[in-house]
Design a protein around this ligand. Structure first.
Ligand code: HEC
Length: 166
């Protein structure tokens, strides 16, 4: 009898602990969901992206990660071009970011794809340029297309992108 009481007691305690933890976890998840909602909402008013605030690459959407790669590539190109070098354009293939998932699926509308098309056209011109002077010209045109799109979508990084022209 004593044994049964003990095990009942233990069982009750265990389930209490279990529910308590479960409850907390739900609460925690809810808080995380709430806070990410806040991040999304706070940036939605002036832009179509939230990812700059979510720096954790595990949470960033593929499009945001590709944009970060684009920034890295263009900054590198900028340094080389400024130093008078000629780019090995094959090292910087066109990044097809418009084919991957964005943070905000609402951006996937005709205007966005048109901007992406203009971007890729100017990028192809850069890839086809083979001396420093024409590469600088083509590079600046590419950055112009980054800015063109970011004026309508995801305006947060504009300040940063405006520093990229040579
Ligand atoms: C056709 C539109 C378009 C073009 C062109 C474009 N972007 Fe973006 N960019 C976006 C969108 C939309 C996002 C938001 C992506 C997301 O959150 O998933 C974004 C996000 C970014 C971010 C924030 C990424 C992060 O989460 O840290 C940076 C920085 C950025 N772009 C830079 C650039 C640069 C530099 C170029 C040009 C080389 C460029 N973009 C070209 C639409 C564009």
């Amino acid at each position: 009898m004593k044994k049964i009481v003990y095990s009942l007691f233990a069982l009750t305690m265990l389930s209490m602990v279990f529910f308590a933890c479960g409850g907390n976890q739900n609460k925690e998840n809810k808080n995380i969901a709430d806070s990410s909602q806040v991040i999304v909402d706070s940036t939605k008013s002036d832009s179509s992206c939230s990812s700059e605030t979510i720096m954790d690459p595990n949470n960033a959407k593929p499009m945001a990660l590709m944009m970060r790669a684009l920034v890295k590539n263009t900054s590198e190109m900028r340094e080389k071009l400024k130093a008078g070098e000629t780019l090995e354009t094959a090292k910087y293939p066109l990044v097809r970011f418009w084919l991957v998932e964005p943070t905000d699926p609402d951006v996937l509308e005709p205007q966005f794809f048109e901007n992406a098309r203009l971007f890729s056209e100017s990028y192809k011109k850069l890839s086809a340029s083979h001396d420093n002077a024409s590469q600088i010209k083509a590079y600046n045109a590419v950055i112009g297309m980054c800015i063109n799109c970011h004026e309508s979508y995801c305006s947060g990084p504009l300040k940063r992108i405006r520093k990229l022209p040579i």
